[in-house]
Design a binder for this molecule. Structure first.
Ligand SMILES: [Zn+2]
Length: 339
C-alpha cells in the first residue's frame, strides 16, 4: 500500500519554517498559472464538446445539409407546402442510398415502404422456406423412428399452413392497398385461420393416414378462404381492374394448381387406378409437390406485379382513368398491361 507521496508529505511536515514560507510564496505565484491552465483546459473541453456535437450532427445529416424548398431546382420541387428539410441534388446513386439513414422530407416515404416491402414479402418468403424445408426434411427422416416421423409430419403440415398464410399476406396487402379497413380485416382473418390450422396440425390424429381427406380439406378450406376477398375485389373494382391491377388471371391459375394438387393427393390419383405402376415416379404426392412449387412461383410473380403496379403510381391509389390518360410515373408492367 505504500506510495511515492507518503514519504514526501512526511518530509514536508518536518521542514523548517523558512522553507514553508518560501513554499507559500511559490504557491501564490503558481496560482494564476494554475487558474489559467484550468481555464484553458475547460475551454478546450468545451471546444471538444462543440466539435463532437457538430460531428454527431454531420453524421446525422449524412455530411450534407437539408435545404429549404425555395432553393431546390425545379425538377426537385414537388410539394410547396413542405418548406424545409429537402435533400439537395445528390451527386450519385450511392449518396442517395446513404441518405436513407438521414432525416429529410423523403425519410418517412422511404422507410414506410421499405419496411412494408420487407415485412409483407418476408411473410411469404418465410412461409415458402419453412414449408419446403419442413417437407424435404420430413420425407428424408420419416423412415427413422415412429416418433420422429410423427414429429416431422406435424412440421410438414404446419409448413403448408404457414405457406398458405404467408401467400395471402402480400396478396391482400397490395390488392387492398387503397382500402385499409378491408385489408386489415382480411389480413386478421387469414392470420387467425392460418394459426388455427397450424395448431390443428399439432394434433396427433391430424397426421394419421386415415385422416388424409380431413388434412386436404383443411388446406383446401384455408386456400379457398381467398374466394371472399377475391369476390370483394371484383365487385368493388370491376373485372378489368381485377385482371390488370389484381393479376387475378395468375392467381386463378395458381388456385387451379393448388386445388388439382390437393385433389390428386387426397384421392391417390393416379396410383389408385394403376396400383404398383407409380411406386417410384409420378405418384400423387410427387405431383402435389411439383404443383405446390409451381404455384408458389406463380404467386410470387403475380404479387410482384401487383406490388410493382402500386409502387409505380403516385401513392399507389391513382384512379385508372387518370392512369390511362397520363401513364407518367406508372410502373413498367402496369404501363405494358394497360396498353
Ligand atoms: Zn410431402
Amino acid at each position: 500500500m505504500s506510495s511515492h507521496k507518503g514519504p514526501a508529505v512526511a518530509q514536508g511536515n518536518r521542514a523548517p519554517t523558512s522553507n514553508r514560507a518560501a513554499n507559500t510564496v511559490e504557491l501564490a505565484e503558481l496560482r494564476p498559472m494554475l487558474e489559467e491552465k484550468v481555464l484553458t483546459l475547460s475551454l478546450q473541453a468545451h471546444h471538444a464538446m462543440e466539435k463532437m456535437e457538430e460531428f454527431v450532427y454531420k453524421v446525422w445529416e449524412g455530411c450534407w445539409r437539408v435545404i429549404p424548398y425555395d432553393v431546390l431546382p425545379d425538377w426537385l420541387k414537388d410539394n410547396d407546402y413542405l418548406l424545409h428539410g429537402h435533400r439537395p441534388p445528390m451527386p450519385s446513386f450511392c449518396a442517395c442510398f446513404k441518405s436513407i439513414f438521414c432525416i429529410h422530407v423523403e425519410t418517412g416515404n422511404i422507410w414506410t415502404h421499405l419496411l412494408g416491402f420487407k415485412v409483407v414479402f418476408g411473410m411469404f418468403f418465410l412461409g415458402a422456406v419453412l414449408c419446403l424445408s419442413f417437407s424435404w426434411l420430413f420425407h428424408t427422416v420419416c423412415c427413422h423412428l415412429e416418433k420422429v416421423s410423427w414429429t416431422f409430419s406435424k412440421l410438414d403440415y404446419s409448413g403448408i399452413t404457414l405457406l398458405i398464410m404467408g401467400s395471402f399476406v402480400p396478396w391482400l396487402y397490395y390488392s387492398f392497398y387503397c382500402s385499409p379497413q378491408p385489408r386489415l380485416i382480411y389480413l386478421s382473418i387469414i392470420c387467425v385461420l392460418g394459426i388455427s390450422a397450424t395448431i390443428m396440425a399439432q394434433w396427433d390424429r391430424f397426421a394419421m393416414p386415415k385422416h388424409r381427406q380431413i388434412r386436404a380439406g383443411v388446406f383446401l378450406g384455408l386456400s379457398l378462404s381467398g374466394v371472399v376477398p377475391t369476390m370483394h375485389f371484383m365487385i368493388t373494382e370491376g373485372f378489368a381492374k381485377a385482371t390488370i391491377v389484381g393479376q387475378m388471371g395468375w392467381f386463378f391459375l395458381m388456385a387451379v394448381m393448388y386445388i388439382t394438387g390437393a385433389g390428386l393427393y387426397a384421392a391417390h390419383i393416379p396410383e389408385r387406378f394403376f396400383p404398383g405402376k407409380f411406386d417410384i415416379w409420378f405418384q400423387s404426392h410427387q405431383t402435389f409437390h411439383v404443383l405446390v412449387v409451381a404455384a408458389t412461383f406463380l404467386h410470387f410473380y403475380g404479387v410482384s406485379n401487383v406490388q410493382e403496379f402500386r409502387y409505380g403510381l403516385e401513392g399507389g391509389c391513382t384512379d385508372d382513368s387518370l392512369l390511362l390518360a397520363a401513364p407518367k410515373g406508372a410502373g413498367g408492367t402496369s404501363q405494358m398491361l394497360l396498353k
